[in-house]
Design a protein around this ligand. Sequence first.
Ligand SMILES: *Cc1c(COP(=O)(O)O)cnc(C)c1O
Length: 389
Amino acid sequence: MQTQWNTFEADSEYIAGTYKRFPVEIVSGKGSIVRDRNGKEYIDMGSGIGVTAFGISDEKWVAAVEEQLHRVQHMSNLYYTEPCARLAAMLCERTGMKKVFFCNSGAEANECAIKAARKWAAEARGADCFTVVTLQNSFHGRTLTTLAATGQDHYHELYRPLTPGFVSVPAGDTEAIARLDDTQGVAAVMIECIQGEGGVIPLQREYVTQLRRMTEARGILLIVDEVQTGNGRTGELYSYMHFGIEPDIVSTAKGLGGGLPLGAAMLGEKVKDVFAPGDHGSTFGGNPVCCAGALSILSRIDAKLLSEVREKGAFLARFFAESGIESSGMGLMMGLKTKRNAADAVKECIDRGVLCLTAKDRVRLLPALNIPQETLERAAVIIRDVCLK
Ligand SMILES: *Cc1c(COP(=O)(O)O)cnc(C)c1O
């Protein structure tokens, strides 16, 4: 006899145990509202960890993806496809970066950024100059190399030996990096302008500009990891734009594909020609369906949308401050300091119909960039009430 299908049970039996899931099975949604199997509705304040930039099943994105699906879904990088080239051109026009490598995730975008930096430094500064410096409390991904780049020890345990050649230093200390460059040579420094997984902690403006000046003067590459902060999330297209700097390499993913897997490493003037055929690659990278969706997303992250993101972010910050809740972040990337345990707060938010995230000891909000103000306000009231309890 056939037993009734139960997703929770099948998941716990057959899915590798890497995730601690909440007991919620999402079956559908529209915009910033999602629905579970029991028909209960939630306001989505996490957007799949900053992925569904325009919410669930956004109509224009669906149309762009669907149109491409009917043309050709994949061709391999042995041939040309238009959406991939168009997206690269749009990214370069909007950032001033010169060339793009497409892949499928944030970790892979960082892998590419690191490979580009290592090769460039080996050629420009010598084979010994391979060290990549990252910041303590950073997060750069889950592959063995991007774990090595991640400046949080608890991710490393059990997976050693990690890729060698990474050192993490405290944010704010440019001297520590200069000393490393003097003693062993530094190929690149990789930063998140706002540490996302680390608790939604923005770097100091002064530090970022100083770091850019110091790395430029020494011929050290500056990589900005915009996997979480990118694609409009913070109220600028990329978060480095708040700081008035030009990185040498920018990695991004999450929101870029609007919900389909797509990562990109953007190469600036210095490193634009570092790769030759055969140096790097990805079977799925630049997939035309993902790129067609990303074109729809990126073309709508315009000045008007960015200013709305800033306004909504300012509204949230004001709203929580008025209730005595301290927030951090920029635009629609926000961390809330709560007296009670953040994970407990998130659980209670779920009970009350709001999906949000944690980052370290904070409640983290990453709603869709186009979340309607009225929906945002409804969620904010619930989150405030839960956080104050
Ligand atoms: C999520 C994230 C990554 C890893 O992205 P994946 O797509 O999960 O590989 C890397 N860097 C930052 C800053 C991130 O937030």
